[in-house]
Design a binder for this molecule. Sequence first.
Ligand code: CP
Length: 310
Amino acid sequence: MPKHDLRRIGDLTLEDVRAVFDLAATLKAELKRRALRPLLAGRSVAMLFEKPSLRTRATFDLGAAQLGAHPISFTGAEVGLGRRESIPDVARNLERWVDLVVMRTFAQSNVDQLAAHCSKPVINALSDYEHPCQALADFFTLNEHFGSLDSLRVAYVGDGNNVTHSLLLLGALLGVEMRVATPDGYAPAAAVVEQARRTHPRGAAGVWTGHDPLECVRGCDAVYTDVWASMGQEHEAAERARAFAGYQVNSALLARAKPGAKVMHCLPAHRGEEISDDAMDSPHSIVFDQAENRLHVQKAVMAYLFERSR
Ligand code: CP
């Protein structure tokens, strides 16, 4: 059986996503009962992180351990990916020792290259182009809160970044109406928007992009944002703060969405920039549910990919 990677949302079918969500819900319930199921007993997971992380690192590490696997972590500086050793050779080493590889890196091509040369499943834990594990946890969280994803309308306001890409692609696959407002020059990649429109059961009508945050959030069940300068773009922070003025998710913007619309953020948040304190701390904020669900969903992803690749 060919191995199954999660390099991008496009690696998943709707059937895969449903299976991951079902398993995540089961694993979450079992953890609450302290009934851990060692689906990866005796296995090992390599985690290669070239960028900082709190949530992803903690939840993959804990998740692997809860599944009975041994996690082993490396920083980018330790491995010297592509400098000390080529990516194909790193892959050829890791596959001899471990059963899964989790990678956080800069270029999407690094994930693709590692996956191409590794016989074990590779999971993208964030690249500059996609953050598929985040989007899976986010839609799992929405499904928990609404009981169904049918007829949902989700707005994303801010930078058209890696998180936006994965949200657009997964939202389209799940048939969720996606609406994205970005300043001019910060739109998601056109190829991603086109792919989402091709994927969405309602076609182009299911995916709206534009520049007006008020128009974007109108009638939405959830309003999502992310930092204006992602990892590696910190030197652009001042320029971006000017470009994104007017794109803050705050109570005034939320008043234009559906009453009680959920507030979402992948975190870390820069309070007072892309999100106000009142939005982040509102009773409708589900940002920490999203963070919690990273654990359950990524455990499901690891177990599912491992099983599908045997
Ligand atoms: N949302 C997210 O990926 O968080 P970290 O960067 O802390 O892992």
